[in-house]
Write a protein that binds this ligand. Structure first.
Ligand code: ZN
Length: 434
């Protein structure tokens, strides 16, 4: 990436800004969907501008237009030339289990031998292994682990994430996890939206006593989380044999009473009615949805629930079945994407999520890019400030070393990021942290 410095005398009539990104071969704006997420045929339009440019001042987007128009009106001390490259809004990951210690590489062999998610869980592995590791980690150790994880995400073009707790499963350890998310968000540069997922699994000390656990979570933990403003969303792993519909409803409605917006792991492994529950509690987002029923989809549509699809989840669980994205898109239910980053699905590169959405969910590259930008912003209720390259939004953007935006769906397994701009600051240049 070349940085040019213009001659000051020829710039007198121009407005000074901080940064100009110019000559993008394709500028993907994802514009026009700040009020309502893109749905149906709208998801096919990425708002492409050829030879596009963006003027940035004080961290915000001041103007978006053709390069000649921007360069005739604006001057800046820092100019990024994106010739031959694509520029997109910063990628947004709408579903991550961000805070965890340890790893579970040994489960890969179990999965290969055919052990399922719930089977590994019942053997004391899976989530419960990560719960032991996360409880054993101090807050400082977790901060160090997660700070590196945040850097990995940024270097791959993700500028904002939804970040869940859910590997503490005790009040102190859930609070510790949420404090880590809040502290990293305060530190920046990655933006993290905290989600309380105390109902991720039934902790070992509550085995066979799910009602007692749900009561404790609702009556003791949620009030304290609200009082300390530790979370923005409340999520539930709504699944057969874990938290079923009745328990999930109670947690989500209690969370809502305490000001936490509901989101839900719905119908991932079994058709339990999670999509219907998402509509009933007016969840912001229902996630996974492999087994969502037709009536669940109709109710989601009426209630305005976003479908956040996670194509890396069935891949890493070695399932044959994937969510049918076209069911949602054809019914004009907005689709967003997330990585499902977790110790079971350790994926920090959202470019691969976009590619998996194309190869496994049969979404077009345009639909997948919209789902990972403006629709993902809606999934985390931040579409008024991020998700598209439009005047007034935060200057979060990525320059990818590709000539056509469809490379994001097409090319696998390399990091195509050239430059990452976050709040108007260049954080990654030539693919490396500045
Ligand atoms: Zn999840």
């Amino acid at each position: 990436m070349q940085t040019a410095h213009e001659e000051p005398d020829s710039q007198l009539s121009k407005r000074n800004v901080d940064l100009i990104v110019q000559h993008a071969k394709e500028l993907v704006t994802a514009k026009g969907h700040t009020q309502q997420p893109a749905m149906g045929a709208e998801m096919e339009d990425v708002g492409l501008l050829e030879d596009g440019a963006v003027a940035i001042a004080e961290g915000k987007i001041i103007a978006v237009s053709k390069s000649n128009e921007i360069l005739s009106k604006y001057a800046a001390p820092q100019i990024l030339d994106a010739s031959g490259k694509i520029v997109t809004p910063g990628l947004i990951d709408a579903h991550t289990h961000f805070v965890f210690a340890g790893s579970r590489e040994s489960e890969l062999e179990l999965k290969i031998k055919g052990a399922g998610y719930l089977e590994i869980l019942q053997r004391g592995g899976g989530i419960l292994k990560t719960v032991r590791d996360t409880r054993a980690a101090t807050k400082d150790q977790l901060l160090r682990i997660c700070r590196q994880r945040a850097t990995n995400l940024l270097v791959h073009g993700t500028t904002t994430i939804e970040a869940k707790s859910g590997y503490g499963l005790s009040r102190a350890d859930e609070v510790k996890s949420l404090e880590v998310i809040n502290q990293l968000n305060d530190e920046g540069p990655l933006t993290l939206l905290p989600t309380f997922l105390g109902a991720h699994a039934i902790p070992p000390e509550f085995e066979g006593k799910v009602h007692d656990y749900v009561d404790l979570l609702c009556e003791d933990w949620l009030p304290q989380i609200q009082q300390r403003h530790l979370a923005y969303f409340c999520d539930v792993f709504c699944e057969k044999g874990v938290f079923e519909i009745e328990e999930s409803r109670k947690i989500l409605l209690t969370g809502k009473r305490f000001g936490l917006l509901p989101r839900i792991h719905a119908d991932e492994l079994y058709p339990l009615g999670g999509a219907e529950l998402a509509a009933e509690v007016k969840a912001v987002s229902a996630d996974h949805l492999l087994y969502a029923s037709n009536s669940g989809l109709e109710q989601m549509k009426r209630a305005g629930v976003i479908a956040t699809l996670l194509p890396a989840a069935p891949l890493t669980l070695m399932l044959e079945k994937y969510a049918d994205a076209w069911r949602f898109i054809s019914q004009k239910i907005p689709v967003a994407l997330g990585s499902d980053l977790s110790p079971s699905c350790w994926l920090e590169n959202e470019q691969l999520v976009i590619a998996l959405a194309c190869y496994k969910l049969k979404m077009t590259p345009a639909q997948a890019v919209i789902a990972a930008t403006i629709n993902a912003a809606h999934s985390i209720r931040r579409a008024n400030e991020i998700g598209s390259l439009e005047v007034g939004k935060k200057a979060d953007m990525v320059v990818f070393d590709a000539e056509d935006y469809r490379f994001l769906g097409y090319r696998l397994g390399v990091n195509m990021v050239d430059t990452v701009v976050k709040n108007g600051r260049v954080l990654v240049s030539d693919g490396r942290l500045t």
